[in-house]
Ligand binder design. Structure first.
Ligand SMILES: NC(=O)c1ccc[n+]([C@@H]2O[C@H](COP(=O)([O-])OP(=O)(O)OC[C@H]3O[C@@H](n4cnc5c(N)ncnc54)[C@H](O)[C@@H]3O)[C@@H](O)[C@H]2O)c1
Ligand SMILES: O=C(O)C(=O)C[C@]1(C(=O)O)C=C[C@@H](O)C=C1
Length: 365
């Protein structure tokens, strides 16, 4: 990317894109209706806040706003920034494209303007929101879907692919409907399954929860995701999800019947089939494209950029009695802070976070 790049919406995703591009030397400008989100994104090094009246001619506008408002923000950007490619990164694609096409049909947007729009979706994120949780390397070795539409300008499609590649992602080309069907299965349904599972814990007795091990943690991490965002994602992709949930209901009914008579003829075979079908499905999930497996949990601490800080931090980790498996340091260019990423065994990360937080270290949650 040559830039400038304007990021509209500087939450988790917008700030992560800003951080990654800024690190590559691209001029990134930031804008968000929340002044706090803008300033935090600027402070961590994701770019510079766009001042009112700034005459900017961006090469690319990245709309990183929630799905409900993404189409309106894209349409606005297409009208305001006449030369720019405009992409959005929302988790659903067909409803946003439909809304923009309706704008064209109603004369609110020019057909020529729509040619500069390309829908995209990085398949990378976190269960946290807001710019404080942003990571410049979030997209490394992850898929990034580029959904050209019938009238997309090939030059705009190229720019959309370039930003994904510059951020280390692997470009996957699909149309909007194919995208929505695919992510219903591999992203939206897992969110529902995790939320349903975790909701069973609401009234669980404390002694049961005290026994929770990695099985429960692995299957419920994303149940901590932001409800405001997911209400939008699930409702925008409802028809695809309903089909999957009907299939799940059939499987559940069969499992209930089997477990109601666990010694009946064929019951054990049924359970074996359930498990082996799960094994077969799990074995089909590809690893990160070329990235090493993530065996450790990462605890991230913001440190002031002054002598002795890292030594103090490592001493504190030693006092906690926790072994560091790996250590990385990220600098926010131009700012007086660094991010120290410490890899520890997954079972120790909560303990380390609590220990450091009590000692007033700024641990990013
Ligand atoms: N969270 C994930 O894991 C993930 C992954 C891939 C894609 N996405 C998509 O990225 C987008 C942003 O998600 P996020 O996780 O960064 O959410 P977030 O809540 O962290 O950030 C969203 C930001 O958009 C801002 N915003 C709200 N209305 C706006 C408007 N009209 N114009 C500009 N900005 C506006 C909010 O103030 C907020 O700062 C969503 O469309 C989401 O579907 C999320
Ligand atoms: O890893 C996570 O926490 C995510 O929720 C990321 C995830 C996913 O399902 O993979 C979630 C929604 C986004 O649209 C893209 C990525």
């Amino acid at each position: 990317m040559s830039g400038p790049v304007l990021v509209l919406g500087t939450g988790l995703l917008g700030a992560s894109i800003g951080l990654g591009l800024s690190r590559l030397g691209v001029d990134v400008r930031l804008s968000d209706p929340s002044p706090t989100a803008q300033l935090v994104a600027q402070d961590i090094g994701a770019g510079r806040v766009l001042a009112p009246g700034d005459a900017l001619e961006p090469q690319l506008v990245v709309v990183a706003a929630p799905p409900d408002v993404a189409a309106a923000v894209v349409a606005d950007a297409l009208r305001v920034y006449a030369g720019a490619t405009v992409i959005d990164i929302a988790s659903v694609k067909a409803s946003i494209l439909r809304s923009l096409q309706d704008d064209v049909a109603a004369g609110r947007l020019g057909a020529e303007q729509l040619r500069r729009y390309v829908g995209t979706h990085p398949m990378a994120g976190r269960e946290k929101s807001g710019p404080a949780a942003a990571r410049g390397e979030l997209f490394t070795a992850m898929p990034w879907v580029v959904c050209a539409h019938e009238t997309s300008d090939p030059a705009a499609v190229r720019v959309a692919g370039d930003v994904a590649i510059d951020l280390g992602a692997t470009v996957v080309r699909l149309d909007a409907a194919e995208h929505d069907a695919a992510v219903a299965l591999v992203s939206h349904f897992p969110q529902i399954a995790s939320s349903l599972l975790a909701s069973r814990l609401m009234n669980a007795p404390a002694h049961a929860l005290a026994l929770a091990g990695n099985g429960l943690r692995d299957t419920t991490r994303i149940a901590a995701s932001d409800p405001k965002l997911w209400i939008q994602i699930l409702s925008h992709n409802a028809p695809e999800l309903v089909t999957i949930l009907h299939g799940l209901r059939e499987d559940l009914n069969r499992l209930i019947a089997t477990l109601e008579a666990p010694d009946a003829e064929g019951a054990h075979l049924d359970l074996a089939e359930l498990m082996s079908q799960g094994n077969a499905g799990q074995a089909r999930i590809p690893g990160k494209h070329g990235a090493p497996p993530q065996a450790f949990a990462v605890v991230t601490v913001i440190v002031d950029d002054r002598p002795g800080q890292i030594a103090e931090l490592l001493t504190a980790v030693g006092e906690a009695g926790i072994n560091l498996e790996d250590l990385r340091m990220e600098h926010s260019s131009g700012h007086q802070v660094g991010l120290v990423e410490m890899s520890v065994l997954p079972g120790r990360s909560a303990e380390l976070t609590e220990f450091l937080t009590q000692r007033k270290w700024k641990v990013i949650q």
